[in-house]
Design a protein around this ligand. Structure first.
Ligand code: C5P
Length: 221
């Protein structure tokens, strides 16, 4: 086998996207951030004044969108109907509404279908919440990346706290609330797949996590 698919799931702020991007770089694979797709749907719905809890409206809105992930110099870019929304999808407003949108079964089916197509020729590192458990159940390597809640909040705080004017305590509450919604939803919730390797990154550096995953990937070739 020349190439495999790698699924990286876990709660918010565990370092999934940084790790997935670097692992993809090291292996010459394509990095796919599935959270960005849910965020793009959420941004678009908010702009159109649609209530994230209005299931049917959200579903038909999502179906009308053209969402693309493009590899770029500084990592993946996200295009929403041709517009680059890479930065805008990280706003607090989107972050606070995305889990409601992601609980919508029709939206999940639509995006999971897109995600499977992106992976069908192998050689992807895909990060999200349900990749190993639902989107790519046959992924050759599945990693469930965790870290303590306070460490995850601290990492997020260093990333965005100053820029968006939020306190560490506030961020910790928001992360816990988002995780709770992601774990408790009915449709493909955040769970650790039975065949996933669990890595607790609380006391590990990004480099340590990456090299552990790259080594594991070599055993699957
Ligand atoms: O990974 P990120 O934090 O950007 O994901 C944003 C949100 O998108 C998550 O909190 C979750 O609600 C949703 N999501 C999901 N399934 C995925 C990826 C993200 O439900 N595979």
């Amino acid at each position: 086998r020349e190439r495999i698919n790698i699924a990286i799931d876990g709660p918010a702020g565990a370092g999934k996207s940084t790790v997935a991007r670097k692992v993809a770089e090291q292996l010459g694979y394509v990095y796919i951030d599935t959270g960005a797709m849910y965020r793009a749907v959420t941004l678009s719905a908010l702009r159109s004044g649609i209530d994230p809890l209005d299931g049917p409206e959200i579903a038909s809105h999502a179906a009308s969108l053209d969402i693309r992930l493009l590899p770029g110099e500084q990592g993946q870019r996200v295009l929403l109907n041709g517009e680059d929304v890479t930065e805008e999808i990280r706003s607090r407003e989107v972050t606070q509404n995305v889990s409601q949108v992601a609980a919508n079964g029709a939206v999940r089916r639509l995006l999971a279908e897109k995600q499977r197509r992106l992976a069908d020729r192998k050689g992807v590192v895909m990060d999200g919440r349900d990749i190993g458990s639902h989107v790519l159940p046959d992924a050759e390597l599945k990693v469930f990346l965790t870290a303590s809640a306070s460490e995850r909040a601290l990492r997020r705080y260093r990333e965005i706290g100053d820029a968006q004017g939020v306190s560490l305590e506030q961020l910790e509450r928001e992360i816990e609330e988002r995780d709770r919604m992601d774990r408790e939803r009915d449709v493909s919730p955040l769970v650790c797949a039975s065949d996933a390797v669990v890595m607790d990154s609380t006391a590990m550096t990004i480099e340590e996590v990456c090299s552990a995953i790259v080594s594991l990937s070599r055993t699957k070739l």
